[in-house]
Design a protein around this ligand. Structure first.
Ligand code: GLN
Ligand code: ZN
Length: 754
């Protein structure tokens, strides 16, 4: 078999190099531009994206990687699986956005994390009455656009197994894979249409097969691909996996007649040599990391490719996954020092690496020796850079780790803490942030553009803090917060102040829909040159006699929302961040702050996909939290906040954190959570969110009081706290005040019944 192509990527970012799609879409939502204008912006972006990839030399370019919101939602449209409740919206684009975002009367699809990334997809709902029907217009349009431009395009479609495994079964307990037999004819039809439209290859993405799958599921996947690959009227099939190893699913899938398999050789360790069936396959080797931002070690990647060539006939070089998860290009970063820049590769730079490796394979390494030399030089300066090996940080960390990190038993601490602050039963508090008012955003923008100076900015933020403290006093909340007005983002705020992090100016990555984030880059050893929060918190404390809670982000969450080092175990990076946070807790305590909250909303997020990898993760993540929080006196209360409602695998870890008080997002099922916690012997303070902050609805006093009475059946009164579900940053001021007023009243009501 001759090689069909030699260089590709599994997918591309789509929000636009300058977030053009975000702007266009939000303008459409706001009614400032019409659908035709939005479609035109989308077409322009696609055209530019294709042209750039061709210019860089990829010889197979993925299409149908564009999306107005999300690729799983697109797949639901492709398969006719939008929920019944949006069917009455006639306009397809508005129907699509209604499924994504809801309307006044329609609840949107649920959103959840895309495997272990920070991208979020919409969860299709499939009920017994869902009747699938093919609508291939989107993929055909994108294929036609590329073909017209003379591009060798490879349509990318989410495969049927992953689509069903990621969907939610509504109104039935039967696993959704039982619906495969209904989907396969649609995929057959789709493959025929793509073939007729000129596609030589189609990429079917099956990332859900990377993870713990039962033998029955693997068999169903095998049978599905056996059926699809037995079709004659179709393009060649590239079955794409990413985010880890296929493991046992690999030989099963390789036993079918699919022509190609894409394998993640960065996150995964599928041992190609031991899979004899792969010998007849075209392998798309993901040797360039599609998820992290480090420059590829070209020598190592070429060696991997060479080893692969020993056992497979033909291969192409690729990224390990779609480039959706990295920023567009390093060119947009003007502020990065020369050394750090030479260690990095964003989207465009990764495409270049792919092409370089493919050239080395086909024409010999000599032809691209310059690129190899540059990569080697960067690797060597990176290895030698003192910022990556700070003896002071490492020495301090060793010393702290060798000292006893335990705190006194929880009950003893509770007693000591009660002597510091005289709190009523069922103390009320909030999670940290208050509404991000337009004044806050204006001030931040004005500081950025130089319109106001640092001291004016400080003055305005202090005014915000004073307002938030006054509001909490008026509402008679027991433990106050400063409201976090100075934080653009709970991770970036700290990354900007810590050594070892680089905060990009333009490194936007899509998080969901039109929402983009700029993950900081953790490149070196971490230390904290100066206190990061003490001035703000002590200012808030100076305005009130009630206790003000210090607010920090925990090490696991800081890592989860950053690009992390790949030259040392994540656990080591976590401990370095933890040491910096620990320094901050000690400074807060010295400044008189005796309640400190260390948020870990991402504890669940970083959980590895495969169960076998989870215990190690839970061990180091809990360890880093304890390192961060055990530097203070037993009389200083450590709070934490967790932000998801699927506790499952991490419930034991929540107890392991040993925080004096844990507030948890649990609006819909908080009483169940309390039960789950008691099964793991949880004997610490807990604040199950008594109302959902994701909606503007104001909860009634009776409703909150009922929740509290219910909670008291599971938690003794001396351990129960009263708080909302999560931070209030995204809410409006009016509803926040009304909701908190009811929360305090409900707490007082139930207190009186004790
Ligand atoms: N303290 C943060 C806030 O209130 C917590 C945010 C979160 O849980 N994601 O905004
Ligand atoms: Zn939260």
């Amino acid at each position: 078999m001759t090689t069909p192509f030699v260089s590709t990527v599994l997918g591309s970012p789509r929000i636009g190099p300058n977030r053009e799609l975000k702007r266009a879409t939000e303008s459409y939502w706001a009614g400032r531009v019409d659908a035709a204008a939005l479609q035109q912006s989308a077409r322009d972006l696609r055209r530019r994206g294709l042209a750039a990839q061709r210019e860089q030399g990829l010889d197979s370019i993925p299409v149908n990687t564009f999306s107005f919101y999300d690729q799983i939602l697109d797949t639901a449209v492709l398969l006719g699986a939008l929920p019944e409740r949006v069917a009455s919206i006639a306009d397809p684009l508005d129907r699509y956005f209604a499924a994504a975002r809801g309307t006044d009367t329609i609840t949107p699809l649920e959103m959840t994390k895309w495997f272990d990334t920070n991208y979020h997809y919409l969860v299709p709902e499939i009920s017994p009455s869902t009747t699938f029907a093919l609508d291939a217009s989107k993929v055909l349009t994108e294929l036609a656009e590329a073909t017209e431009a003379g591009i060798n395009a490879r349509p990318v479609v989410i495969g049927p197994v992953t689509f069903l495994l990621l969907s939610k079964a509504v109104g039935t307990d039967t696993p959704l894979l039982s619906r495969l037999s209904e989907l396969l004819p649609l995929y057959a039809d789709l493959l025929g249409q793509l073939k007729a439209a000129g596609a030589e290859w189609v990429q079917l993405d099956e990332p859900a097969l990377v993870g713990d799958r039962t033998a029955a599921e693997i068999e169903q996947a095998r049978a599905a691909y056996a059926e699809l690959s037995a079709l004659t009227d179709r393009p060649a099939i590239l079955l794409a996996s990413y985010f880890g190893s296929l493991g046992e699913a690999l030989p099963a899938l390789a036993s079918t007649d699919v022509e190609g398999i894409a394998i993640d050789l960065v996150a995964g360790d599928d041992c190609i040599g031991s899979v004899p069936d792969l010998s007849g396959k075209f392998v798309v080797a993901g040797v360039v990391d599609g998820r992290n931002i480090w420059r590829t070690d070209l020598d190592a990647a070429l060696a991997t490719l060479g080893a692969l060539l020993g056992s497979v006939d033909t291969l192409a070089v690729s990224t390990s996954c779609s480039l959706l998860h990295v920023p567009y290009t390093l060119d947009a970063e003007t502020d990065v020092d020369k050394a750090l820049r030479s260690w990095l590769a964003f989207g465009t730079e990764k495409v270049k690496e792919v092409v370089t490796l493919a050239t080395a394979l086909t024409q010999g390494r000599e032809s691209v020796e310059d690129e190899f030399a540059l990569a080697r030089a960067a690797a060597s300066t990176r290895r030698d850079d003192r910022r990556l090996n700070d003896a002071t940080v490492r020495g301090r960390l060793d010393a702290v780790l060798n000292s006893a990190l335990g705190r006194a038993p929880a009950a003893e601490r509770r007693k000591l803490q009660a002597e510091v602050h005289d709190l009523p039963a069922l103390p009320t508090t909030t999670i940290g942030s208050y509404p991000q008012t337009s004044q806050i955003r204006v001030a931040r923008a004005a500081l950025r553009t130089g319109e106001i100076d640092q001291s004016e900015y400080l003055r305005r933020m202090r005014a915000e803090i004073a307002d938030v403290v006054a509001l909490q006093e008026k509402l008679d909340i027991d433990v106050l917060v400063h409201g976090e007005p100075e934080r653009n983002d709970m991770v970036q705020y700290f990354a900007e102040q810590l050594e070892g992090f680089f905060a990009t100016t333009n490194g936007w990555v899509q998080s969901y829909g039109t929402r983009c984030v700029r993950p900081p880059i953790l490149y070196g050893d971490v230390s904290r040159p100066n206190p990061m929060t003490v001035d703000w918190i002590t200012y808030a404390q100076s305005l009130t006699d009630k206790p003000v809670k210090g607010m920090l982000t925990g090490p696991v969450t800081i890592l989860a929302w950053s690009f992390v080092r790949d030259d040392q175990p994540l656990a080591d990076s976590a401990n370095q961040v933890a040491l910096a946070i620990r320094d901050e807790t000690v400074d807060l305590q010295t400044a008189g702050i005796r309640i400190i909250q260390v948020d870990e909303p991402a504890l669940r997020e970083l959980l590895p996909l495969r169960a076998a990898d989870q215990p190690t993760y839970l061990d180091w993540s809990v360890g880093s939290f304890r390192l961060a929080t055990s530097g203070v006196a037993d009389s200083t209360a450590i709070h934490t906040h967790l932000c998801y409602s699927e506790f499952g695998a991490v419930i034991g870890a929540i107890a392991g954190l040993d925080a004096d008080v844990t507030s948890i997002e649990a609006a819909r099922s908080h009483m169940e959570v309390l039960g789950d916690l008691s099964t793991v012997g949880f004997d610490l303070g807990v604040g199950p969110g008594v109302y959902d902050i994701h909606s503007p609805r104001v909860p009634g006093v009776d409703e909150i009081a009922d929740s509290l009475r219910e909670a008291l059946k599971a938690v003794p009164v001396e351990r129960l706290w009263v708080n909302p579900d999560c931070g209030l940053k995204t809410r409006g001021q009016v509803e926040v005040e009304a909701s908190l007023r009811n929360l305090v009243e409900a707490a007082k009501l139930v207190r009186a019944e004790l």
